[in-house]
Design a protein around this ligand. Structure first.
Ligand code: HEM
Length: 333
């Protein structure tokens, strides 16, 4: 992809590694501490542990289920995961010692996720902290970085569609002198619509609302779900259903902005909305609790990029392709 730095020439860039690192940094500030976001060892841990864990899981899954408890230590990638875990432990231990020394006061203002958890559970073992951080990275960093990457790929296909969004970002930036609040972010309804269209077009999960029934149940319409049945909602297919979306195969950055102009629709069709029509984040009691963090993270990245750069695909390349694996969607590496 090409990137135009305002006032200079086009330069070719590889999008995903840069956005992934940026997402790791922002997530580290929110989840652990600003110091962690400046510590290359922690960023490498975040970055590499997730990728290594995904490769490891893929390799482990190639074994029949009943053999996995026997072979898991010998599958390629196990040793490196152990070493990386030890690095994570050392870093977290340093922050725990720091907090203990300052009477469990938060390491930063506003407090991070780690600050809340460690102040309320002073005896929580280091391993549990590392495990929680990793869980949050896996749930949040890949998905947010994938969304930001897809957003740039979609933007680069037709930058003319993006001009209105860039204008909205620049005007909002000027009106708040660059100090974005939650309210300021919410004002950018065109940016919000663009990201929701990105999620509709390249939903990171082809299916969401994955559940397994723990007992037989008959729903109010008579549909019987037997004990042990697995249920999933075909989000990817629903998002391409022409009965629900006009011209569903076209990318329309302002699609949801236009839908919000209808009567009583101003607060509907937002990127973080969860409903029977808004399935990106799952549905019901277990719908993604991290969506507000993702909303802030991805929007701050987009704002920074749209303030200073323009993007276009390399000549003749078109929209960078996605690949689908195991029900997930990611950009073709
Ligand atoms: C664009 C980014 C993201 C996408 C697309 C996404 C998507 C999802 C989806 C589809 C689910 C399943 C919901 C269900 O089963 O009904 C989920 C669950 C979850 N997500 Fe996210 N997520 C994102 C970012 C995040 C972030 C930033 C965090 C936190 C750091 C996070 C934490 C979680 C957790 C803890 C769950 C499990 C909730 C439960 O089972 O009760 N996610 N997410």
């Amino acid at each position: 992809m090409h990137s135009l730095i305002t006032g200079t020439d086009w330069v070719p860039i590889k999008v995903h590694p840069k956005l992934f690192r940026l997402t790791c940094k922002l997530s580290a500030v929110i989840l652990l501490s600003s110091d962690a976001a400046r510590d290359d060892r922690w960023l490498e841990f975040e970055d590499e542990y997730i990728n290594n864990a995904l490769s490891y899981i893929t390799a482990l899954k190639s074994w029949p289920k009943f053999l996995r408890p026997l072979v898991y230590r010998h599958v390629k990638g196990y040793d490196i995961l152990q070493q990386q875990w030890a690095t994570g432990q050392n870093i977290i231990k340093k922050f725990l010692d720091q907090k203990k020394a300052q009477g469990w006061e938060p390491l930063q203002k506003p407090p991070s996720f780690f600050d809340y958890v460690s102040s309320q559970n002073k005896n929580l073992p280091v391993d549990d902290h590392v495990s929680m951080q990793i869980t949050m990275f896996i749930a949040g960093v890949h998905t947010s970085a994938a969304t930001a990457t897809n957003a740039l790929y979609d933007a680069a296909v037709d930058w003319d569609q993006m001009r209105e969004i860039q204008k909205e970002v620049r005007e909002t930036y000027r009106s708040c002198s660059g100090n974005f609040t939650r309210q300021g972010l919410n004002q950018m309804v065109k940016l919000d619509s663009f990201l929701k269209e990105v999620s509709r077009f390249s939903s990171p999960d082809l299916t969401t609302f994955a559940r397994k029934s723990s007992s037989s149940i008959t729903l109010s319409n008579g549909f019987r779900v037997p004990n042990g049945a697995k249920l999933e909602v075909a989000t990817g297919a629903i998002y391409r259903d022409e009965q629900l979306y006009k011209d569903p195969l076209s990318f329309k950055a302002l699609r949801f902005y236009e839908m919000r102009q209808g009567e009583n629709a101003q607060t509907k069709h937002q990127w973080t909305s969860v409903s029977r029509r808004d399935l990106d984040w799952g549905y019901g009691r277990h719908a993604c609790p991290g969506r507000y963090m993702a909303d802030i993270t991805v929007k701050l990245i987009m704002i920074e990029l749209f303030l200073h750069y323009e993007f276009k695909s390399l000549p003749g390349q078109g929209r960078h392709p996605n690949i689908e694996f195991d029900g997930q969607v990611c950009s073709d590496p």
